[in-house]
Design a protein around this ligand. Sequence first.
Ligand code: GDD
Ligand code: MN
Length: 379
Amino acid sequence: MNEAIRPGPESPQAPQPSPRSPELSVIVPTFNERDNVTVLYRRLEATLQGVAWEAIFVDDNSPDGTFDVVRSLAQHDSRVRCIRRIGRRGLSGACIEGILASSAPYAAVIDADLQHDEAQLPKMLALLRSGQADLVVGSRYIEGYKNEGFNKQRAGASQLATEVAKKVLQVEIADPMSGFFMIRTDRFGELAPKLSVHGFKILLDVVASAHGGLRAVEIPYTFGERQHGESKLDSMVALDFLGLVLAKLTNDAVSLRFLLFAMVGSIGLVVHLTTLFISLEVFKEPFAEAQAAGALVAMTSNFILNNFLTYRDQRLKGFAILRGLIAFYIVCSVGLFANVGVAFSVYDQEPIWWLAGMAGALMGVVWNYAMSGLFVWRK
Ligand code: GDD
Ligand code: MN
């Protein structure tokens, strides 16, 4: 076995479970995994014989009805539980919620799609039980690992992100992007308030937030092929990753969401000026109408871009789009007043046009961002 033991304080032994409570909670985040969950349950049952275990499925209200399948498993076996989350999406958030719902001393996170090797769980548990580690990671970057599930492109991108994370965040484990690990729940509970519920990179977040305070052991496993359904990681996960790195680097001072919102706002300015120009030059409209058209087109394109990019994890769909768009128009209109008001009062004090203009624009974007989070893409 290949071990990488992190320096860190000796942790006292984890509390021992009473005979009737589980020692290990296996957290299984699911989104559209109807055809995989029963197979996974059977495999857990077989591999964890002799262990007091439970499985906590955390399902984000999958349209394919995964929770119904899990419920029927739970009706036959009280070791199975299902947390069904409504109106929320996100792998990290689901894992955090699952681990926090556990009262066992140890919790594992494993994908539902059978790509992770559940047969490693007893070995992982033994390492935690022995007190040698606080965290055991199923790792793709140590001797003995086999990849059957990732294509070359995905493997390359993942490797690059891993290198960046290790350098920038000074994370020392070989595979901080792994979605397969087991951790002491008491240590996790201490870190939980610092963790981000957005994105996919829960383990990276855990080790970066611990600042080397977790003793980690990595073990190799075989990353298998997905059995049914498809991966939920799209090309936008790169954004989630950047967001996490940025947040951790700046101690949560800078959020990627705000940067994206501001970036969309700058694109909006270009859209506004282009529309203004076309209305004036091509359609020969009076200035007031042309300016109003520019504002309307820019607000609409900002809304679409923000819905697609900035708030992709809370994307409005169907009828909610219309309600959101109207709310966004109102928020931005009030934001414009705030913008002009601040610009005026700065200009009054110090008649420097660019300073006043910038203060107004900053006020506008902060206002729009704060209010959009409350009224447009509200949780
Ligand atoms: N509750 C919930 N909510 N579960 C989700 C969500 C979500 O929004 N998105 C994905 N999941 C579940 C899936 O149902 C699956 O059980 C697991 O999370 C992993 O999702 P996949 O879509 O299969 O991800 P992947 O195979 O491309 O990537 C996995 O392996 C990578 C390498 O180890 C993930 O575990 C990554 O985190 C990991 O980096
Ligand atoms: Mn998968």
